[in-house]
Design a protein around this ligand. Sequence first.
Ligand code: FHN
Length: 472
Amino acid sequence: MKICKLLGVLLLMQQLAAAQVKDTIPLQHGAHRIGNRTDADMQRWRALRFGQFIHWGVYAIPGGMWNGKVYNGAAEWIRSWKEMPHEAYDQLYKQFNPTKYNPVEWAQQARDMGAKYMIITTKHHDGFCLWPSKYSKYTIASTPYKKDIIGPMVEAYNKAGIDAYLYFSIIDWNHPDWRTSLKTAADSAAMGRFKIFVKNQLRELLERYPTVKGFWFDGTWDESWKNDGAFTDELEQYLQKLHPGLIIGSRLRADEKGARHFDSNNRLMGDYEQGWERKLPNTIADVHGNDWEGVMTVPENQWGYHQQWNGHVKSANEIIEMLVKSASLNGNFVLNFGPKPDGTFRTEEQELMRGIGRWMKVNGEAVYGTGYAGLDKQDWGYYTRKTGTDTVYMVVCNVPVNGNLRVKLPAGRSIGKAWMMEQPGVAVQPEVIGRDEYFIPVPSRVYTSPLVIGLKLEQRERGQGGFEKAKT
Ligand code: FHN
């Protein structure tokens, strides 16, 4: 009887799988995998949870201003502003001389903030290379500074225990062969040469900096790129063959129909969903089971250094909340910084890093190596769960006036132990208020940053679970 049941289930699974295959569009350059990568490199990436993004290039020199006028767009886009002559922008490299650049200090600062990986713009849309590429003259080697920026940075961050990733823009305003769309045979020929150039630069980066863990591609939305899914696919495979384990998000590729991030069958291309920019998902359903990463600016929309930050500037607590929210939804969170042209960080960014770092030092355990906890979200904040364990963290961003934090567990589970991260030795006594439901009482006081409570969940024993009257 049991065997019959098993065969029945197998048959049903087979039918479901067949139906799924039948529903799909045949694609040569769509997703090559269903589900997340499970190898050690990807597991490592997934556990890091917190990264630092750095946008640095010659755009830091004007810092969002030209001829006394303020550019309200993102500082690294200033070259595209009508007030900024291209010729003037393209000469800026002659002034790029970050004599105060100290990668060891940068790395220490990032480590103290709690970052476990970093992403550096090797080349942004302007085409300026922070490494002395042999395939371009528009590089750090032509500046008064002359020295490589990337090598010492990767080395210093790695020494500080931080993984390095390389941002690389496909858009290249400086390269004569780069095209947004292909209207003539000459355009196609130029773009063909440009793709060889891109491939050469990427190979060069991997050869020069062999400890890097992945590429962070950008500027892949133009027709000239997304209409050649075969090339993007071939390039991804080429890079991952050159550097086994290399992590590449969903921005690089398109399928043969021009679909980006998700192929025409709605399957994720690349190793994680890379579309969460200055926005985060709200529920676990929004991430469709995929690995993902969110990148965030400190002011509204500034990546490179801008002399005048306008509008809302995020506080350490807001950033911490975003970081925890990301971990609670199985994602990584990356916070961006835009260093000044001399190689130092603005005061606001330094203070922000210190503020986040103070919190992470006490509570980082609730972030690293954690993910979705499988519990009903409550208004007080977010749950995270140490992956593969029964340890759950409550990150409380809004402590209620009565100090009682409601926790609802799945049927049959109970709280074995509860403690506050700031005083791990002092137990907190959960109050049973209903079946599988508790109040966690916290001291009545002013909270100036999110409070974290650890919970060790257990299987409830039979007969256990008598509860006191509910407080409402
Ligand atoms: O245009 C860029 C922008 O300058 C910045 O680099 C961000 C970072 O995610 N990416 C692009 C916009 O998607």
